[in-house]
Design a protein around this ligand. Structure first.
Ligand code: F6P
Length: 545
């Protein structure tokens, strides 16, 4: 038993879970008429209804004790203060500095980082305005029509997701693409429809060593130079976003065209930095400022709201409640907004790369579950695919429903149907349909007795699936910033609860190393790699022959 699972707060929650484990949301709601209002609150423009969760005030009280025991507030404050809480890499985790008011100094290693943050933001603004206005042009003097962000992981998912989310704010004359996969099926068809004279590339890589991004950048450069017939064209058509200035120099990018950031910005937390350059090109500097303002508002909410009415704290605690005390192994994110179609993918990296760990901060193997599998896709599409499992499968899957009160379009019918479906699903998941209700419906339809048992069993919905409904006024840049920051802080909260470091990602390293070794082994005529397992060697042989 670890210190955590042996702790008073953990044991109290485990004991409490046993007393309420079989209680149904129907019972919670029947016993508490004001339940919806009691368990709903708002922060940074995000309204959250937590009432459809398997909890009561005692649960919340015990969860708050758990948060206090695990020093969630201390970890939050250390993160905001720039302490090196990423201990395995000896780094601070200061993505919040990227949206902090520039007038508030913040020291890292004795240096105020805010002037540098403001400096890069200012350069990004100048660059984006020049490209968007046509002042800055390609090698042959033509105006840019397309921007291709070459990056992967945090250098792709965040900016790609936000660019989609802000589509109503994006320029009609500058199309922004995101290419990530080393599979040429991602880059090559994209290049096939682009005009080299009017295409700008952003090589977006914190380390500037990521094989996928550098390979795509090399291929794009060859394509450009071959088409324009002049190697000097690279200078006008390539910019870089990186912390590795030596790497960008070696690639041949003028330091003037490099937008830097800092090792205290983790890849999956980096969209607020120069990694957001593609977002700013697409939606403009003002929208980017609003995005930062929304995230800042959520930072302030996280810092100031009491634990009891703190959105990231509540979401982190409820996630742990189901993961650790109900053995839930996955969590669904279901945005009822097509523009958030890439949000689940971004959150997969954010949560699973951060908290998908099995050793604690002291390097001891944990004896409790950490991050569940996060998955999801937009409603209503998912309703016609995997919701069957949510309604009638055997798994407990807590989920987040996200919806905007107002659409950007002027079609009330579509939006009403979208919202109706969102609310209907949370209602059905919570309350289900009892067997006697199913039987009554069958009787009303005149179903024969010999069919009733079978159909009633199939048409019963257990319900009791917990959901959070998050509602914003409109999916504008501010709301997007607040939503993403909410999940970032949920990650911090859960890392404190589980006593793990959320800011490193050693788990991605082994596969990268092995791929390099196997890559040489796949070359025609390569010698057999010593010490390789039989299965991998046989697959290499099959590929080579
Ligand atoms: O392989 C994982 C990872 O290191 C992520 O953490 C990161 O977001 C991604 O690769 C891309 O890294 P980079 O920005 O250095 O190319």
């Amino acid at each position: 038993m670890s210190a955590l699972t042996d702790s008073p707060a953990w044991k109290a929650l485990a004991a409490h879970q046993r007393t309420i484990a079989t209680r149904h949301l129907r019972e919670w709601f029947a016993a508490e008429p004001g339940r919806a209002a009691h368990h709903s609150f708002e922060g940074a423009g995000v309204f959250a209804d937590f009432s459809k969760h398997r909890m009561d005030d005692t649960t919340l009280d015990l969860l708050h004790r758990f948060a206090l025991q695990q020093d969630v507030v201390g970890w939050r404050d250390r993160m905001f203060a720039g302490e090196k809480i990423n201990t395995t890499e000896g780094r601070a985790a200061l993505h919040t500095a990227l949206r902090r008011p520039p007038s508030m100094p913040l020291q890292v290693d004795g240096v105020d980082v805010m002037p540098a943050v403001a400096g890069v933001l200012g350069r990004m603004r100048g660059f984006c305005e020049a490209v968007r206005s046509g002042e800055r042009r390609g090698h042959t003097g033509r105006r840019f029509t397309d921007v291709v962000n070459l990056g992967i992981g945090g250098s792709d998912l965040g900016p790609a997701m936000v660019t989609d989310a802000l589509q109503p704010y994006t320029s009609a004359t500058l199309r922004v693409h995101h290419v990530s996969n080393v599979d040429a099926a991602d880059l090559v068809p994209r290049l096939a429809v682009l005009d080299p004279e009017t295409t700008l590339f952003i090589i977006c890589s914190k380390t500037f060593t990521t094989i996928e991004t550098i390979t795509n950048a090399d291929t794009a450069r060859q394509w450009l130079v071959a088409a324009l017939g002049d190697p000097r064209a690279t200078g006008a058509h390539f910019v870089a976003v990186s912390t590795n200035l030596e790497g960008t120099r070696q690639f041949g990018i003028d330091p003037e065209n490099v937008f830097g950031f800092w090792d205290w910005t983790g890849g999956r937390f980096s969209l607020w930095s120069a990694v957001g350059l593609s977002v700013m090109l697409a939606a403009g500097p003002e929208a980017f400022d609003e995005l930062l303002a929304g995230a800042r508002a959520m930072d302030e909410h996280f810092l100031q709201a009491p634990l009891e009415r703190n959105l990231p704290v509540r979401m982190g605690l409820l996630g742990a409640w189901y993961t650790n005390f109900f053995a839930a192994t996955s969590h669904a994110v279901l945005p009822y907004d097509q523009r958030l179609q890439r949000l689940p993918a971004h959150l997969q990296q954010l949560e699973m790369e951060s908290n998908g760990k099995s050793v604690d901060r002291q390097g001891r193997r944990v004896d409790y579950a950490t991050c569940p599998i996060l998955w999801g896709s937009p409603g209503t599409n998912g309703q016609h695919a995997f919701y069957q499992l949510l309604h009638q499968g055997t798994l407990l899957v807590p989920s987040d429903f996200i919806v905007a009160r107002q659409p950007h379009h002027a079609d009330p019918l579509h939006h009403r149907l979208l919202v109706a479906n969102c609310l209907a699903q949370t209602e059905a998941l919570a309350f289900g349909k009892t067997e006697s209700e199913a039987r009554a419906e069958l009787a009303q339809r005149g179903t024969s007795d010999d069919r009733t048992d079978l159909l009633a069993a199939n048409q019963t919905f257990a319900g009791n699936q917990p959901t959070t409904t998050l509602m914003v006024e409109r999916l504008d840049p501010r709301a997007v910033g607040a939503l993403v920051a909410l999940y970032e802080h949920k990650v911090l909260v859960q890392s404190a609860l589980w006593n793990i470091n959320p800011f490193d990602q050693w788990g991605v390293e082994l596969g990268k190393k092995l791929a390099l070794r196997i890559g040489t082994g796949l070359l025609p005529g390569a010698v057999t790699i010593e010490g390789m397992d039989g299965s991998t060697r046989a697959l290499i042989d099959r590929f080579r022959t």
